[in-house]
Structures are given as C-alpha cells and as structure tokens.
Write a protein of this length. Structure first.
Length: 231
C-alpha cells in the first residue's frame, strides 16, 4: 500500500522508493532547483545545513538566482558513538533534546551538560568559519528555504526550523533530495511545506543510498564553496 504523505509535502513521484537516483550532490541540487522553480528570483533565501547541504544549495542558488546562507546545526552525540545523537544545537544557541532516546542512554546530568557545552562550542566555531561577523538576515518578509543532502531522522532539521522561527522566520520551507518516512512525518508539520525528490518508506534508510557517488563533505571545502557565493 502506497504511503500517504502529509498534504504539505511535494515529491517527485517517479523517484519514490528508488535508490541511486542522483549522480552526486550537485546533480541533486539541479533536481531540487527544478522542483522549486516557482521561487526563482523570488524574495527568498536558501539556508544550507553544513556540511553536506552546501553543495546541494550552491547549485540551487545559481539556478534559482537566490541568496545563499547557512543554518549551522549539529547533533549532540553519545560519548561512545559519535554517529548517534540524542539532540541538536542550532546556530541561535537553542537546544532540542530527543527525550525518548535520552531516557534510554543512562547518561548522567553532568555528561549531558558536557555534551551540550561541547556541541555549542562546535556550532559557534562553525558559525564563525562560515559567516564571520555578518549579521543574520531579516526573515520577517522573506521565505526561508532550508536545504540538506537528506533527512534520516529529521531531528537536526527540526532544530534548524526552530532556530529560523526564533529569528523571525514566518515562512519556512524544507527542501531535501531524499528523506525517510519517519523524518517526513517529524519535519513536515513544523514547516509550511517540504519538498523531497526521493521519498523512501520502509524500516531501512540511509541518505547515501540515494547517491551513486557519495563521500563526506569536509568542512573546509564547504566553507570555501559557501564563500564563493557570498554577495
């Protein structure tokens, strides 16, 4: 039975539940730019989630003739597994915790506070690397389009949405090349709309599976690419 998506989700039906649909992140950016063509030259700003979202968003910025910004957000990881997280810290300093996961970790209050502090320091450092001392844009009359290379759990994207709302974002849209069913269910209600080219249902999901060529984006490469698009 075909999964019914929330009403505010826009997908590319022919790409549903397929793998290896994008050559690389740049190709994914081309596909996403076509999906969001209605925003070409509009009063909108693209916010890339570093580092993987930057190559996707850079292509979109060129195709759609839109300003490129970054929404720095980082998951709070477990001390024994840096790939698994129980929360996220966003660029405005806000902390979002996944209470369900956190309750099962057995972490002490001191460990939780230390992890949050380290993650906040990481976010602040990355923010300086990408944005320097440039002021954040005014979003009260501007559409903010959040972009990443994919959503697995969707939790860090949820933190990014909350941070944009906190600085005045009234119209926040999420645009991702690929996303899991659980991530869409979590993120879609928090945004005005969610664009996803490659929606995938089922218990098993990896963002990398949507790409024929996949490698981690080094932070310094993402910073360099982002600065090329500064106006």
């Amino acid at each position: 039975m075909k999964t019914r998506l929330p009403d505010n989700v826009i997908e590319t039906a022919e790409l549903r539940d397929r793998v290896a649909v994008f050559r690389d992140r740049e190709h994914a950016g081309e596909i996403m730019a076509a999906m969001l063509n209605r925003y070409a030259g509009a009063r909108a700003i693209l916010f890339a989630v570093p580092s993987g979202g930057v190559p996707v968003a850079a292509v979109m910025a060129e195709r759609l003739r839109l300003r490129l910004e970054v929404a720095v957000v980082s998951k709070i990881t477990l001390p024994w597994n840096t790939e698994a997280g129980y929360g996220a810290v966003a660029f405005d300093g806000s902390v979002l915790l996944n209470r369900g996961i956190l309750s099962r970790t057995g972490l002490s209050k001191e460990q939780i506070e230390e992890s949050q502090r380290e993650t906040l320091e990481k976010v602040e450092r990355r923010l300086r690397e990408f944005r320097g001392d440039r002021p954040l844009p005014d979003l009260e009359t501007t559409t903010a389009i959040l972009i990443d290379d994919g959503l697995a759990s969707g939790f860090t994207m949820l933190a990014a949405i909350g941070a944009l709302r906190a600085i005045g974002g009234q119209d926040v849209i999420v645009a991702v090349p690929t996303a899991s069913e659980t991530a869409v269910e979590l993120v879609a209600p928090a945004a005005e709309s969610l664009y996803c080219a490659n929606f995938r249902s089922g218990a098993s999901f990896a963002v990398a599976s949507a790409y024929k060529h996949w490698e981690d984006v080094e932070e310094q490469d993402a910073v360099k690419l982002f600065r090329l698009h500064l106006t």
